[in-house]
Design a protein around this ligand. Structure first.
Ligand SMILES: [Zn+2]
Length: 274
């Protein structure tokens, strides 16, 4: 799906949303789980581009739902992988990283297979780096969910890619905190993103935001709530109840008094406790 000229969200990716940027060369942001490589290559071909023109894969961080297909893509294209060094240190050294690498050995856990390290060299990107793509893709260091999570800002287009700093499932929230996550860092990262002035916000998890983006980011930074499964289930059920209620209304209230737009934007409602 083309979001704007040169910026695509690749459809039907299993795992984190994958984005494709088209300039002189092609840039991929994340890859989803292992098993998406062919789908990504097919998408590139389907829009009339050449997979041999894929020059870089930016990994927002080293979780398997984001970099699962990177190794396959590196094998099949000239692309190199760009990642923040804190991610590589984590995967090389700490217990969580070792766990990820152990998963790589188990066929039972195919989707968790470690895709890159230690076999594939990565190039490092850090805060303030500008990747030469579509007028400049700025690297913003936004740790918390993981020690080396990055967000990316396409300055000229005012498009923000949050990585796993912020998600939109089912509404704007800080990404969940896995083992090794840092709550206070993640809040600081949200504040950092709230200082930007994006017109479009593209998430690794959740639907894009096209309206009131800076205000929504600021609200989240001031009222930080992290994604949890409990919160997700609770809010999805509330949304369902709301839809059901609207449906009943449609049957009982004459059409001319019925407001077909239910209140679906909970972003500015009172924050729920976790
Ligand atoms: Zn993640």
């Amino acid at each position: 799906m083309e979001i704007t000229t040169g910026v695509h969200a690749i459809d039907d990716i299993y795992g984190a949303q994958t984005y494709l940027l088209i300039d002189d060369t092609l840039t991929l942001i994340d890859t989803g789980y292992d098993g998406n490589a062919q789908k990504i290559l097919d998408y590139i071909t389907a829009i009339g581009e050449n997979p041999n023109n894929l020059s870089r894969i930016i990994a927002t961080h080293y979780h398997p739902d984001h970099v699962g297909s990177a190794r396959q893509l590196v094998q099949q294209t000239p692309a190199t992988v760009l990642i923040h060094p804190a991610e590589v240190r984590r995967v090389s050294n700490d217990r969580y990283g070792v766990a990820i690498r152990m998963h790589s050995m188990g066929r039972l856990f195919r989707k968790w297979r470690s895709p890159l390290l230690p076999t594939t060299a990565c190039e490092f990107i850090e805060e303030g780096d500008i990747i030469p793509c579509l007028g400049g893709l700025q690297v913003i260091y936004t740790p918390g969910h993981s020690p080396g999570n990055i967000s990316l800002y396409l300055t000229k287009y005012k498009i923000l890619f949050t990585g796993d700093a912020i998600v939109n499932t089912p509404r704007l929230l800080l990404a969940y905190l896995p083992l090794g996550g840092d709550r206070s860092q993640s809040i600081l990262s949200a504040k950092k993103l709230a200082e930007l002035d994006p017109e479009i916000c593209l998430f690794s998890h959740g639907q894009p935001l096209f309206a009131d983006v800076p205000a929504r980011l600021r609200y989240l930074a001031d009222n930080p709530i992290h994604f949890t499964v409990r919160l997700y289930v609770k809010e999805r059920m509330a949304q369902r109840r709301e839809r059901l209620f609207s449906h009943k209304q449609r049957k009982t209230i004459p059409a001319y008094t019925f407001n077909p737009e239910p209140v679906t934007d909970p972003v500015f409602t009172t924050p729920h406790s976790q």
